[in-house]
Design a binder for this molecule. Structure first.
Ligand code: ASP
Length: 341
């Protein structure tokens, strides 16, 4: 009799835990770039610093959602933390162009209205994601570049800084190294063996673009991405991050998506929109759509990863590099940060 009771009790426990797992709802997901991120080449101090920065970003975003703010507010809050950290290739930690400048790109999109804003090639805006949001909310345009974008941001009250603010020794040394190795090639901030073989990656870069996707209490999704692009880039090169549909996309019918990787391939594969389209037209789950879109991009020769959060709070974070700085927070405020495979 006792044995039978125990048996029924364990079944009940199992079903309850399965149900709880099924109900786990994610409200925010962030990334800090994908790349050659190996445990063996990471010091405990560095690992702790990355984990702390990603945790802080998730906490700031979560606080916004918890207090009833919009998914756009949460995305902006989370990305601000990562832009202000020298650890990531965005804002303060942006890489240098061939000419020794920091030219940054960012985009933000709202899933409810399909409104979007983006800036590219900006050099004096402390938080490019805020400038992207200003383009979305305070202009009739979607994308502004260079000095025009800076002028508009300033008029909107977005914080302007001296370009010197973006100087970090590590990034400057990275540029000198890239120029020494090959003065012509721009260098990605990440890469796997395949891209190294193709000659695009010539050192073990570990820092990356940042992004966030949030789902607020009203059920609205938003996605944002911010980057310094590629070390040693020239001629006003712009990657996928500020291009709506390529590196950033959000649609309440499907998911919010932010990408990180070899930008040219993400542009050609229209990766972020591809995820959304497969969910909308083929009814694929967020994880199947994300994986399929990434595989298609990889077949062209690119590498990287993406984060995606669907309208029901399911998350996908696939990547085809050695690692990707990433983290999630669930409805109950539980934060998880991951770095390696
Ligand atoms: N996708 C970005 C670019 O190509 C780089 C990155 O994700 O680190 O500009």
């Amino acid at each position: 009799m006792n044995y039978k009771l125990n048996y029924y009790f364990s079944i009940l426990l199992l079903l309850t835990s399965l149900n709880l797992q099924a109900q786990k709802k994610y409200v925010l997901v962030v990334h800090g770039g994908a790349g050659t991120i190996l445990k063996k080449s990471m010091t405990p101090e560095k690992e702790a610093a990355y984990t702390a920065a990603l945790t802080k970003a998730l906490q700031h975003g979560y606080d916004a959602i918890k207090s009833g703010k919009t998914s756009l507010d949460a995305v902006e809050a989370a990305i601000h933390v990562l832009e202000d950290s020298p650890l990531f290739n965005a804002g303060k930690g942006a890489v240098f162009t061939h000419d020794g400048k920091n030219e940054m790109d960012a985009a933000i999109m709202e899933g409810k209205s399909l409104k979007a804003g983006a800036v590219a090639g900006v050099t004096v805006i402390r938080n490019p994601i805020t400038a992207a949001r200003a383009v979305m909310e305070k202009s009739e345009h979607v994308m502004m570049v260079d000095r025009g974008a800076e002028q508009f941001a300033e008029q909107c009250g977005v914080e302007i800084v001296d370009p010197k603010y973006f100087y970090t020794k590590e990034r400057w040394d990275g540029l000198q190294q890239a120029i020494k190795e090959d003065s012509v090639k721009a260098v990605l901030d990440h890469g796997n063996k395949k891209s190294m073989k193709l000659g695009t990656i010539n050192r073990d870069y570990k820092f990356g673009t940042v992004g966030a996707v949030a789902l607020d209490k009203m059920g609205n999704l938003a996605a944002g991405t911010s980057t310094g692009g590629m070390t040693n880039k020239k001629y006003g090169r712009v990657g996928d991050s500020p291009i709506i549909g390529a590196g950033t996309y959000a649609n309440n019918l499907t998911a919010g998506i932010s990408c990180t990787g070899w930008g040219e391939f993400y542009i050609r594969s229209v990766v972020a929109y591809d995820v959304s389209a497969m969910m909308e037209y083929k009814n694929l789950s967020v994880s199947d759509a994300s994986k399929t879109a990434l595989d298609k991009m990889e077949k062209l020769g690119g590498d990287g990863g993406l984060i995606a959060l669907d309208k029901n709070g399911n998350v996908a974070m696939p990547f085809n590099t050695e690692g990707m700085y990433r983290g999630t927070v669930t409805e109950d405020g539980k934060i998880e940060v991951l770095i390696y495979k």
